[in-house]
Design a protein around this ligand. Structure first.
Ligand code: MF3
Ligand code: CO
Length: 236
């Protein structure tokens, strides 16, 4: 899983370096495909329930699962890129969010909130801890900022499949939920809307957008519970 995680991290680095006004989201997908090919890895996104790409590219009011295509990124946009890889049967899955060109202060705050909530959430992944500690930390930070977690989406266990038990909600109460054990691996993924957390799916069957049109961001890491605490497998 470390190897799969490092391929995902490499996809992120290559895609992040290409993001600027004027590029299409399809060109970012092509970069992801090239990294997978170079590393002899396969995509866990491509073909998943018919999903047509190796990345999700979710722009502005798109929360998750935006399909890459001929959309051209504009100065001031915010884009979340989610992708995964399979190496020798083991899965990695992670997402990052960045501004395109120069972004306004409220978008900057939203991205910083997402990154900070993921980092604080990861720190709760201690052996013998409880899964709900993660959601309690994330929801506490999201609520304090006057934002909302996207309704109806969670993180997940990950291993021989991309999605394994348990679901990992971004809202929970501390001290509740299953106990964490050394060797558990979870994909933690805050999805944060600037306005209401209500989302709907577009006619393409995939793209989740905010109902109120507010901006939303998504970040994710695949994290292992070790004797020494959390190990982020998708960090380079
Ligand atoms: N990375 C997403 C998740 O965390 C999965 C994307 S599904 C796909 O659950 F079909 F878009 F690949
Ligand atoms: Co995931």
């Amino acid at each position: 899983m470390r190897r799969a995680g490092q391929v995902v991290a490499e996809m992120h680095e290559a895609i992040r370096a290409a993001i600027r006004p004027g590029v299409t989201t399809a060109s970012l997908d092509a970069i992801g495909r090239a990294v997978l090919a170079r590393r002899g890895a396969t995509s866990n996104f491509l073909g998943y329930h018919g999903y047509p790409a190796v990345i999700c590219a979710s722009v502005n009011d798109e929360v998750v699962h935006g399909i890459p295509g001929d959309r051209i990124l504009d100065d001031g946009d915010v884009i979340s890129v989610d992708c995964g890889a399979i190496v020798q049967g083991w899965h990695g899955d992670a997402a990052f969010t960045v501004g395109v060109g120069s972004i306004d202060a409220s978008t900057r705050r939203l991205i910083d909130l997402a990154d900070a909530s993921l980092e604080a959430g990861i720190a709760t992944l201690m052996p013998e801890g409880r899964l709900g500690d993660y959601g309690a930390v994330v929801s506490g930070m999201v609520d304090a900022a006057g934002c909302a977690s996207a309704e109806g989406f969670t993180g997940h266990g990950i291993g021989r499949a991309m999605h394994e038990a348990p679901a990992v909600p971004n809202e929970a109460r501390a001290g509740t939920g299953p106990r964490l054990r050394v060797g558990n691996v979870l994909a933690l993924e805050p999805m944060i809307c600037a306005g209401s957390g209500e989302v709907m799916i577009l006619d393409d069957g995939w793209t989740a957008v905010t109902v109120d049109g507010s901006r939303a961001v998504h970040v994710e890491h695949t994290v292992a519970v070790t004797e020494d605490g959390p190990e982020i497998l998708t960090r380079p």
